[in-house]
Ligand binder design. Structure first.
Ligand code: AMP
Ligand code: GLY
Length: 423
């Protein structure tokens, strides 16, 4: 089978590494890919939003199976276009990807189907949003409706901050058209968990849990980023919590989408907050998390292509998803200054130290191949993942492995997985 993966970050590298293990797969292509992915796949210089070119390439190359890793092409309807061209594609269609593409849609869905989430109001008008804030309780959360690279969320401590937030999202359009509509929601307190799942339209099978670290700096300070590191499993996501989530959140979400005529096939990533009143939904994503995929997929025992085909064919109920009885930690090596301003183009040394090391992975996010070797090419550069028999060992292994690679402005958080000490 020839497989095309669409995307070019650490998540797509982790997906490609899983796909490479499938006995069904002969050749992997990735558009646009990155330098690390290029070691296991053929990278094709087509952007993830260049739908016509992607479809033409898939036809010319007789691609048998497409996996869309990123949110933008999913929300834009790439799966529909591939299917229209007769190409089997893993991921939700446009009418289902709206679960991630519009926060207003997802909040209204949860309200209609009684799925636990933070109380909220949707606004299309800045003046109405400002007026609502006058009587609100603080802290409060502002969310741009559309996709904003994981950065469209502001947590505001008081009225002044919240008004400034409304102004920047709705009037100054800090996140572009994502801010045409705004969700204002209640601030929830608790532990965050990422629960990723495979869905075939009816059946849902959850993967091992994970936790991300979204803030740029140690101690959860600094700006929100795409994610600075992850660990899996989350010790806070117990069997009991998992059962509550299955009953009150996971299956109801899948059923709600089907009832709305938006059958969801693909990955639903539930961003959960474990509150005093039980688990609640922070957000939905219609794809693997990045860097959640970098700790979850290396622990998965199944052939990923078999699972993805079952999602498309509607027989996921026959799949027994299995994960290794161990743990994994991923530390992101970023360019100093991410997510705001940073230099790139620095030579990366030491990557070969990962060769042949069982249980260690160096997933590339922002890298480029040059004559001199691999150079940095983005804010998040590498995701260093290590397994261990438990979370403590995995963390120690990951923090050992981050020292194997060097580049000029290497930056990382030093407290990925620190929360496990409190478990
Ligand atoms: P999101 O992109 O919706 O996942 O939001 C980014 C981050 O903001 C989340 O990972 C949480 O840490 C935080 N956040 C979002 N919504 C809320 C909320 N209602 N209460 C508390 N924190 C929130
Ligand atoms: N790590 C969070 C995300 O992928 O959205």
């Amino acid at each position: 089978m020839k497989v095309l993966i669409v995307g070019g970050g650490g998540r797509e590298h982790a997906i490609a590494a899983s796909v490479a293990k499938s006995s069904k797969v002969k050749k992997i292509y990735c558009a646009p890919g990155n330098a690390g992915i290029g070691q296991i796949a053929e990278c094709v210089p087509i952007g993830a939003m260049e739908f016509d070119k992607l479809v033409a390439f898939a036809k010319e190359t007789s691609i048998d199976f497409v996996i869309v890793g990123m949110d933008d092409p999913l929300v834009g309807g790439l799966v529909d276009e591939m299917e229209a061209a007769g190409i089997r594609t893993f991921g939700p269609r446009k009418n289902a990807a709206v679960l991630e593409g519009s926060k207003a849609f997802s909040k209204d869905l949860m309200k209609k189907y009684h799925i636990p989430t933070a109380a909220y109001e949707n606004f299309e008008d800045a003046a109405a949003a400002m007026a609502y804030l006058e009587t609100a309780k603080f802290p409060i959360v502002l969310k741009a409706d559309g996709l904003a690279l994981g950065k469209g969320v502001l947590i505001c401590q008081n009225l002044e901050e919240a008004k400034a937030g409304v102004k920047s999202i709705m009037q100054e359009k800090q996140f572009g058209s994502a801010g045409d509509r705004l969700v204002i929601e209640e601030f929830m307190v608790g532990r965050e968990v990422s629960a990723l799942s495979f869905v075939d339209g009816k059946t849902i099978r959850t993967m091992a849990s994970a936790q991300d670290h979204k803030r740029a700096m140690d101690g959860d300070r600094g700006l929100n980023t795409g994610g600075m590191g992850t660990f899996s499993p989350s010790p806070f996501y117990t069997q009991e919590v998992a059962e509550i989530c299955q009953r009150t959140i996971f299956q109801p979400t899948v059923d709600a989408m089907a009832a709305e005529g938006r059958e969801f096939k693909g990955v639903i990533f539930f961003g959960l907050m474990l509150t005093e009143d039980g688990p609640k939904v922070l957000e939905y994503n219609a794809r693997f998390g990045d860097p959640e995929a970098q700790v979850v997929l290396p622990r998965m025992k199944n052939d990923i292509i078999e699972v993805m085909e079952a999602c498309i064919d509607g027989n996921l109920d026959r799949i027994n998803l299995q994960f290794e009885d161990n743990a994994a930690v991923c530390v992101i090596l970023a360019s100093d200054g991410y997510p705001v301003k940073y230099e790139k183009g620095y030579l990366i040394r030491g990557l070969e130290r990962f060769d042949g090391k069982e249980g260690y992975y160096c997933f590339h996010a922002g890298t480029k191949q040059t004559k001199e070797g691999f150079v940095t090419n983005g804010g998040r550069v590498l995701g260093v993942t290590a397994k261990g028999k438990d979370l403590k060992e995995a963390r120690a292994n990951a923090y050992e492995a981050v020292e194997w690679v060097e580049f000029e402005n290497k930056y990382m958080r030093h407290d990925i997985g620190k929360a496990i000490d409190e478990a």
